[in-house]
Design a protein around this ligand. Sequence first.
Ligand code: ADP
Ligand code: MG
Length: 634
Amino acid sequence: MRKFKTESKRLLDLMINSIYTNEEIFLRELISNASDAVDKLYFKSLTESDVKLSKDELRILVSFDKDARTITVSDSGIGMTEEELDLNLGTIAHSGSVDFKNESGDQMSDEIDIIGQFGVGFYSGFIVSDKVRVVSRAYGADNAYAWESDGVKGYTIEGAERAEQGTDVILTLREDTEENKYDSYLSEYKLKTLIRRYSNYIRYPILMEVNKSRELPKPDDAGDDYQPEFESYTELETINSMTPIWKRAKSEVTQEEYNEFYKSDFHDFTDPVKTLSVHAEGTLTYDALLFIPGRAPFDFYSKDYKKGLALYSSNVLIVEKCEELLPDYFNFVRGIVDSQDLSLNISRETLQHNSQLRAIARKIEKKVKSELLDMRDNNREEYEKFFENFGRTLKYGIYADYGMHKDMLADLLLFYSAKQQKMVTLDEYLESTTPDQDAIFYAAGDSLERLSKMPITTTVLNKGFDVLLCTQDVDEFCLSSLMEYGEKPFKNVAGEDLGLESDEEKTQAEEVTRENEDLFTTMKEALGEKVTKVAVSMRLTDAPAALTSAGPISLEMEKIFAQMPDGEEMKSERVLEVNAKHPLFETLQAAQKAGDSEKVKRYTDLLYNQALLVEGMPIEDPVAFALAVSELMI
Ligand code: ADP
Ligand code: MG
């Protein structure tokens, strides 16, 4: 018996005695080794004229034997000599595991993660098996050799039989345990699934003997009651699809094909609204195929949704969802990035710090942004649909990270314009303003209908200014992160000071306030802590009163904070604005003059509750309110 080198021994121990997060990658590793071996022979045939290859030697065969509990991966590739078996499979001194060696030390848990996530080549066979036998015959050699190991101390190499050049890797699966059902790999379906998941784009056919069934020909003497008979048979079938669709030029692929690929690979039943195919060459060589889905996945706005693009290196899947390739605000993008420059054995830690990957991510971000702008300008209907699905994500993107990405995202936003009665961009809003308008007005609440009818909205509209109606809970947070657009600040119409009053109106307001000081004091007393102030309003026309807010927190934000599971107690500074031109104001003045402060208080309470209803806020005591209204009607 030959002993494993120390590093190999350590690695094997880790493999066998650790908990693996992703044991099934062993098949991917063996298949990519087989593919490398076929590559090497193919390359030799191109450069050396005496090397002749037939087409059916360029293939990989996967088979299993349920009784013997074995899985075999065979190739007709370059093969290994006795020395190569010893060198390549007995030590770790080859490229693939350099990363691992560098990180060895005391960081046990990191090491396990690397193995679990990305595998370490040939040795990953020992994750699922307790005996690995490799029968190999090098190209041009007369003899074959068998390498065999239980993955514990060492291995043996002895002479063996093999008709042609190539290698068979035969795994004998471990006995099942409570947690690990190694048996499950001994199934045609399971192996097919794994091949398609991890090795679908290996450029050589991966063949498997599959069971099929066919109807037997109907006998000539079959009677009326003939029941068709079937026989089962096996057939070699190519399991992988080989040429990756993302490597093909855009002009060669129909949209139909892209749609089919998207739907089957990303489990969606709706066609994507946009397909982006990128082929980059030069310092950064990669292919990318990206999709903007036609609808949000059902779990999109839940914690379960994971962003990311599938990352391939030389047609082999490395990570199913590589988060580093997408910013959070474009988390709806699905797709694939393939870069031959990345190593198969790249670990999660190195992924994060991989400058190449970061550079690709930046390019992808730019590409997605420009496609969205293009859709916004050239296919507004489609863009509105997109925005309905994913607009909320863009708004969160503006609000998140202290507004760091707002410049990137602001021109992608759409809001409903009360004046134009349709969705508009912020630039389109600005185009409709007159020089004397120095703010962007918006109203926030839960329905367009209610917002457009609110007295404080109609007041602004009547002055000729447009108002954006914001109905999503994230809207106001997004706008307050933006603060301004085109140098104009955002102003909530329900805020205290919109700066819309003329000088004349201001003087008038001051006068009314001075003359009715007592009345306002009584009214404030009636409401106590519910409001910070009762004030005269010059902006209301038909409504007798309205509730507005001073300070940075609006009434709408207060509502949202209240709904958050462990939201802080965030309160707006409520102001009851009273319309001095409304007949009801005279009634209040008269009651105050007559010393009937009880009546003033009762009416103030009614006005306050009415204003709450108009704002869509709950009133504290609906029963008392209903009684008070009925009393008025008697
Ligand atoms: P890597 O593929 O990253 O080099 P592996 O651990 O997967 O590392 O494989 C170790 C080495 O064993 C390979 O580099 C190759 O030389 C050899 N090898 C493994 N499988 C085969 C095979 N099927 N045919 C020929 N050589 C192989
Ligand atoms: Mg390998």
